[in-house]
Design a protein around this ligand. Structure first.
Ligand SMILES: [Zn+2]
Length: 218
């Protein structure tokens, strides 16, 4: 839960909401903030088909599929949000479509920074130019797939010390037996960088409300 509140994807959603509301001169809107937060986590909804199908197909690694194909997800997301907004909230199509694309792209960039198998931004197209579903198709343990950031990223986003990550994994139950641990294994320990980013985002919301006002409840 702590990871969900302070996780990078939450801050991506909050920051995108604040910056784009200013850019498009919009008042702070609770439901727009909720849309931003949802879209910052949208790709991870692919854990639902994974949980539902993992026993039938005997897969141990299932996350980072379906929802993590940027070249499919982003155009589809833009089309769906564009159509709904043009009907339900005319005049705000560019604002809302830009917001959801920035939030979901931020999620992809965050995931793509993982080492050694940071997910491929061009998935489902593989490095050798073929199309393969799902990606990553690997027997590698989830714990070996994530939380190892590409060189240079660690400094920028202040990753948790390796020992702390290892301890969190050790506390988890057997990976192969539980679907939940597949997801838990991808979560990073909360760092001071993340907490700082979160509170900066909250400060941004306060400034937005003071400057542009608040539409309440919608
Ligand atoms: Zn993800």
């Amino acid at each position: 839960m702590k990871q969900l509140i302070f996780g990078w994807d939450t801050s991506i959603g909050v920051w995108a909401f604040v910056l784009l509301s200013f850019l498009f001169n919009q008042p702070a809107s609770l439901w727009v903030l909720m849309v931003a937060g949802f879209c910052a986590y949208l790709p991870d909804l692919d854990f639902i088909p994974f949980l539902a199908l993992r026993r039938r197909f005997n897969v141990t690694v299932g996350h980072w599929v379906f929802g993590h194909y940027p070249i499919i997800v982003l155009p589809l997301e833009a089309a769906v949000v564009g159509i709904i907004t043009s009907i339900a909230w005319p005049g705000h199509v560019i604002f809302l479509v830009t917001l959801v694309l920035v939030c979901t792209s931020g999620h992809f960039i965050h995931d793509a920074s993982a080492l050694p198998y940071g997910f491929q931004l061009l998935a489902p197209i593989t490095k050798d130019g073929r199309v393969r579903f799902p990606i990553p198709l690997t027997e590698e343990h989830p714990m070996d797939l994530y939380t190892h950031y590409r060189i240079g990223w660690g400094k920028i986003i202040g990753i948790a010390p390796r020992e702390l990550t290892q301890k969190m994994y050790d506390d988890c139950e057997d990976w192969t037996k539980s679907g939940g641990s597949e997801i838990g294994g991808r979560v990073e320990p909360v760092t001071t960088y993340q907490i700082t980013a979160f509170w900066l985002g909250i400060a941004g919301i306060v400034i937005l409300v003071i400057k542009n006002g608040l539409t309440w409840p919608f």
